[in-house]
Design a protein around this ligand. Structure first.
Ligand code: SAM
Length: 283
């Protein structure tokens, strides 16, 4: 429906269920029914939701592959006063899904952008993982190729916050194997599979045990996954101090002298200091 130019419409970013169709808010249903058009990642997927809640609004496709052309077209409609809702196949749009370009462009045109919040697989998994939730990072999907994936994991090795990944059925085993070899295999992890769906399974264990579990139970490798990893445990303050003192001494003195002094200064055991000195000097 054409509207008066001059009065911009509203862009609604609407979260939809990640499995169980009941997980939609009353407001989301109302907004989806009343906007002029729904921009949906896959119009066939969104039909299920529309049918269930008798939402008759027309839908057009908006996804990673057409967002470059579609975003300006949609913003033009917003500028001319139409209201638009953006939804993805599941969960919150823009979270490992298309929409960034549209939201940026809408802001640039002073269009009002507002959220109808709801499910997000990352936050849902975090809420049931039993891992620290006070500080966490969302990494989304790791690179699909082995070398850049391992590089990314190497870069995350010392991350002390809980780390959240999305993973696909094709790579869950390879990713876990890489995590076991790059992070400490005894580090805790959490797998949330098919959250809110019929075959939901969740498991918290060491990374090495999670890998063994998936290797022996092929039915657990199906579906969609969120994978969480405990951050690197904090080093005790005494260890951090020893590392600092020893690296200063090693920069100025031969190893034996540096070790002797570090033992005197910190009171740490000679064996521990010597082992650390070898590591720090790259032997
Ligand atoms: N925008 C979505 C959100 O808010 O969570 C994420 C979209 S991303 C393209 C899809 C990925 O999210 C899946 O590969 C999986 O890692 C995760 N995911 C989505 N639904 C899930 C579910 N029900 N159970 C487990 N993981 C899920």
């Amino acid at each position: 429906m054409a509207k008066q130019p001059g009065k911009g419409g509203i862009l609604y970013i609407v979260a939809t269920p990640i499995g169980n169709l009941e997980d939609i808010s009353a407001r989301a249903i109302r907004i989806l029914a009343q906007v002029d058009v729904i921009a949906a990642e896959d119009t066939r997927v969104s039909r299920k939701l529309a049918d269930r809640y008798q939402i008759r609004t027309s839908r057009i496709a908006y996804h990673d592959h057409n967002e470059r052309q579609r975003a300006p077209q949609l913003v033009d409609r917003l500028v001319h006063g139409e209201d638009i809702a953006l939804i993805s196949d599941a969960g919150t749009p823009l979270i490992s899904d298309a929409g960034y370009r549209l939201v940026r462009l809408a802001h640039e045109q002073s269009i009002r952008v507002t959220a109808v919040p709801g499910p997000c697989a990352a936050i849902t998994a975090l809420s049931i993982a039993g891992l620290p939730t006070d500080r966490f990072v969302f990494e989304g999907f790791l690179p699909s190729k082995a070398a850049p994936r391992r590089q990314r994991l190497e870069a995350l090795k010392d991350e002390s916050r809980t780390i959240i990944f999305y993973e696909s059925v094709h790579r869950i085993l390879a990713t876990l194997r890489d995590m076991v070899s790059i992070f400490d295999g005894h580090r805790e992890g959490f797998i949330a599979r098919e959250i809110t769906k019929q075959f939901e399974t969740v498991r918290r264990d060491s990374l090495v045990n999670l890998l063994a579990w998936l290797e022996t139970e092929p039915q657990q490798r199906k579906g969609e996954f969120v994978l969480l990893v405990h951050g690197r445990p904090d080093r005790p303050a005494a260890t951090a101090e020893l590392e600092r003192v020893l690296s200063l001494l090693l920069a100025a003195l031969p190893m034996k002298q540096a070790v002797d002094l570090a033992v005197n200064i910190t009171g740490a055991s000679r064996n521990d200091v010597y082992r650390l000195a070898l590591r720090q000097s790259g032997d």
